[in-house]
Design a protein around this ligand. Structure first.
Ligand SMILES: C/C(=C\COP(=O)(O)O)CCC[C@H](C)CCC[C@H](C)CCCC(C)C
Ligand SMILES: Nc1ccn([C@@H]2O[C@H](COP(=O)(O)OP(=O)(O)O)[C@@H](O)[C@H]2O)c(=O)n1
Length: 274
């Protein structure tokens, strides 16, 4: 499968470039789990965005274009790769020049650190926004996934069971449903021929178990205390509701990475409170 780059796939690399600049201006960073300074952040080489091809979900085999005699999937993928690779290279080069320019100006004391930081504040986001038209497509699934991670970090940071349960359901539950369903899901759900009993049962079991594991981890660290008998029942309720929502037929506009975590969030909030 060939790579497709989107503005989203550039974000981590761009962040790394900004990190160079931010080290210089000595300002504290937002305490997100995927902060600029995280050792677990993305690859340090700008070219490594080419390795993010796992983010691309291949289109369904039946497309109208494929009926054209001059169209071959390999040629289409090659053209697409060239366009996105060119766009990626252009944005990375622009980002690198931008950060380097402000770093140099600050080092040479042409402008002050605070002004430099604000100029990067203004120009980096605008450069990113200006680049959107040169890409072909926004990968919505990964984008929603990252937005939910950010939302849970901001709203349910560590001391609420809601955030960790939501993420356990979206990441482990929904993810394992796909793997198990594709592998063993020959018996489909009566109301959705795209999904299977094995997928949905796996989602329930893994979503439930990983949620319990996460709750145990956070309670062992002292972030919250739980009455385990009641917590297990509540998590089972959240897992069941999320599994049912995940199993429903979806449309282009309703993505599992939104519907599942929103359901889990509301159910967990109603069960556990904030
Ligand atoms: C492919 C992804 C979601 C979409 O799935 P699908 O339902 O459409 O099949 C996952 C996208 C992952 C994302 C690009 C990267 C997330 C990075 C993460 C926040 C970093 C965690 C750092 C940690 C400390 C290791
Ligand atoms: N409950 C489920 C969920 C997914 N699956 C399998 O996983 C595949 C992808 O599921 P999906 O459409 O939810 O994929 P994403 O939108 O999560 O990427 C389906 O086509 C099924 O083969 C399943 O069998 N049962």
């Amino acid at each position: 499968m060939l790579a497709r780059m989107t503005p989203l796939s550039l974000t981590p690399t761009f962040s790394l470039l900004l990190h160079r600049h931010r080290r210089l201006v000595h300002r504290s960073l937002i305490d997100l789990p995927f902060s600029y300074s995280s050792p677990h952040c993305f690859s340090p080489k700008p070219t490594s965005v080419l390795h993010f091809h796992f983010l691309y979900r291949p289109p369904h085999a039946t497309t109208t274009r494929s009926s054209s005699p001059s169209f071959t999937p390999v040629a289409a993928a090659g053209g697409a790769l060239l366009q996105d690779a060119g766009a990626t290279a252009a944005v990375l080069a622009g980002a690198y020049c931008l950060v380097l320019a402000f770093e140099t100006l600050t080092e040479r004391e042409v402008i002050k650190q605070n002004l430099s930081r604000k100029l990067v504040h203004i120009s980096s986001g605008l450069l990113f926004a200006i680049s959107w038209p040169i890409f072909r497509e926004l990968l919505r699934g990964p984008l929603y996934y990252v937005l939910i991670l950010i939302f849970c970090s901001l709203v349910f940071w560590r001391e609420s069971p809601v955030g960790v349960i939501t993420l356990a359901m979206m990441c482990a539950g929904d993810g394992v449903a796909d793997i198990m369903g594709r592998r063993f899901g020959s018996v489909k759900l009566p109301y959705n021929q795209q999904k299977s009993w094995v997928g949905s049962i796996s989602m329930f079991i893994f979503g439930f178990l990983i949620s319990i594991g996460m709750l145990y981890y956070y309670s062992a660290l002292g972030y919250f205390q739980l009455d385990w008998m009641s917590a297990i029942q509540r998590v089972a309720f959240v897992a069941l509701l999320s599994t049912v929502v995940e199993s429903l037929p979806t449309t282009e506009t309703v993505d599992d990475n939104i519907s599942v975590p929103l359901t889990s969030m509301v159910a967990a909030y109603l069960s556990f409170g904030f």
